[in-house]
Design a protein around this ligand. Sequence first.
Ligand SMILES: [Zn+2]
Length: 470
Amino acid sequence: MPTLKKDSFWLVCLTLAFSLILEAHGQVTRTLPAVTSSVVVVVGATLIDGTGAPPVPETTLVIKDGRILQIGRRGEVPIPAGAQIIEAEGKYLIPGLIDAHVHYNAPFLHRLYLAHGVTTVRDVGTSLERILTLREEIARGNILAPRLFATGPAINPRSVKAMGLSSAREMTLKLAEAGVDGIKVTGYNEEELKDILEVAHAHGLLVFGHTRLDPGALRAVQIGLDGIEHVTDVLEDCVEQNPPFPPDFDWSNRDHFFRYYYSQLHRSVNRTKLDQIIQLMVQNDVYLDPTLVNYNRGFVQRDTPELAADPAFRYMPKEYDRSNRYGHYGPEDRQQWEKTFALMQEATYKFFKAGGFLLMGTDSQAAAPDGALPGWSMHQELEFFVGAGLTPMEALQTATFNNAKVMNQEKDLGTLETGKYADLVILNGNPLEDIRQTKSIHLVIKDGLVLDPQKLLEEHLRHYGERGRP
Ligand SMILES: [Zn+2]
């Protein structure tokens, strides 16, 4: 696991100061404040610790050596001499957000995640060597970026071949021995899935991913898959009868697929089968990571003036634009997608209410304009969860505690408690009254390092330039 060892902390502390001026690609910048103290104290804020406990007003939170040393009521906790004090009267503390589904495919993502309070991400599909090197460099403090957990490439017949291997079993073993944090699967038959599960579980790793191809969600859950990424994968296994397709319909055409098949899930899904699969997932402790925002931006909001005017685009370098893989959408396409999106939210809430273990991931990556954007999308996903019926507290816990737990990191991450990593976000307003307040960030603290989101974004623009106007 990419965590910091205690005895190497001071070395890391020194390196951290340098990591602020050193980038992976050797560029130099000096706009971030240097680390002046290993003790940071946040005074006066209301604490929402992520355990589900009611908020505690007027607190003092002491951070030492990157971990939370003490939390208590203001005035009852001694403030160590020489500490860096952050006055946070009227503000709110929440645990650092964790994005459980990203594709960390460009170095410019570092500051965008951090500036939005995303202090940990789980990469679910990037080249093995590159992602493990990045994970190591971040853990050592050589790169200022969110904590990274990674699966390496997803297992499917193509990736098995690309790695020069002969079977899914062999690839699972190779990934496990390389030290991945989980196994992502995107293509397999029943026998292959059994093999993957056997090898992964023997190495203490969860197996999760897509179920949309054979054998489908229900069978995959029966065989023992640990988690499903994308709620559409559950819905697809409930399609009773396909809607009438146009005569030239072609399954391999992405535009056709999303326009005529996916957008029609609201009509073609059998609700009784949906309930059955949800029930079985809950019984078998199979998690669901719906990634709603990705579908909303990619299809519901596709080709709308609102999406085109998104101010976040200025931070997405033009060279990462994704070519248009789908045709243009009109009002009729959007109307169909809105209904399917409502079903996606309904399924998410049903799963939650039935006692299912929800994760929160976005599928964010270096892609614009229609994908889930790094950092921003986590706040949109929080809103979609609340829109689906979760309380703001439940949505926040999904994005923090649940995501930490599924990665086996609940001892270190996911809540604000003594002994845990000092990864937290200081908000200007109360997110329990209005979940959109998570976007109003005063400061982000990662590993006890105090970061100003505005400075991170300015620095990002200086490094990578502003996206040209279309
Ligand atoms: Zn993905």
